[in-house]
Write a protein that binds this ligand. Sequence first.
Ligand code: AVJ
Ligand code: FE
Length: 443
Amino acid sequence: MTITDQPEAERLRGRIATELGRTRERTALLTDAVDDADLVRQHSPLMSPLVWDLAHVGNQEELWLVRDVGRRPPVRQDIDDLYDAFKQPRKDRPSLPLLPPAEARAYVAQVRDKVYDLLDAARFTDRKLVEDGFAFGMIVQHEQQHDETMLATHQLRSGPPVLHAPPPPEPTARVAGEVLVPAGPFTMGTSTDPWALDNERPAHTVELPAYVIDAAPVTNGDYRRFIAEGGYDDPRWWSTEGWRHRVEADLTAPMHWRRDGDGWAYRRFGRWSAVRDDEPVVHVCFHEAQAYAAWAGRRLPTEAEWEKAARWDPATGRSRRYPWGDEDPTSAHANLDQRHLWPAPVGAYPAGASPLGVHQLVGDVWEWTSTTFRGHPGFTAFPYREYSEVFFGDDHRVLRGGSFGTDRSACRGTFRNWDYPIRRQIFSGFRCARDATAEEARG
Ligand code: AVJ
Ligand code: FE
């Protein structure tokens, strides 16, 4: 799609302004919830101080929209290095001469004013960077991704609760067991979604043998059985690398869990409560997911298997944007947008199921896949290698689907996340898969 007429350009301008505004409200919520001392503190060596994320978001917006798209003079060129994620390792960020909270807020507001100004004059046709508003969409997604990171920082911080939200909806459908996905080709990735990032492109055909995938993510109840049956103490279920990590890090349960009588409790944004069995398990690393799957006699899905289950429509052979169709997510489809502060019980989103009957693929928890992060065939870095390409290789595993803390703008059937296999401060869970038996494959 290329914008050719004026009313269409005006509509796009309006949509960009709405998305920018909505996103900044979330950033403000996450940074206004705590005092200045809390904003500059490092709550975990894995995370930046919140005030670093805040000014980094503004700096990326300045680099791409003010300077590059708008060709305006720099606002604060002197701080570029401080907020360059590649120049400043996380552990060093608290000791940098960062902008103090009031200055960081003033800075991001000043950048945003200039962006609204240049948006008025923007044409969405003259350069690939702005075609269909891409650069604006990229910056919206970047800020939303940092908002999810800040939400994970909130989950790591100690002290009384400062974030509040209603609990997710209760189940309305019975969802259990597995779904057979028949053998055959499907279209993976996209060449047409205007705000899709470089690593989602291009669309290409992938041929998969028949497989079986869980109708829902693995729940706390399932995972508790793995713990109770000694899963953490039996190297048989773990990869060599996974077992080494299990021992070194002394893993015994998901992050933020503790024993509570003969059961378990978890801490969520400062509140302890009893673990609820029908919710997807969250805060497990790739190695834990992989070990659980082996214990259960299953395996993790490949990234292609996840995407086919999420997008392939057997009636048309087409791949959809989302499991439920091509329409943008609403609160009926998926647990996204930080509307709730934890995953919804299985069966809470029947309207979000895929045509094959796979539930809660989008929202709730990021799902680990067995696939290492690489470019799709025909990948080209755009607009910068540091978004995706420098992370390609064997070090990162792909996660799909988004969590309760992912914004709808930064989540779709093609969206790809990645992290180190030991990470679990992110909102990560998983579902299992297996090869279809010969009999199942015959149908
Ligand atoms: C895609 C979530 C892995 O947070 O490291 C933010 C997104 N890239 N700033 C990350 C990102 C640059 C990225 N992830
Ligand atoms: Fe960033």
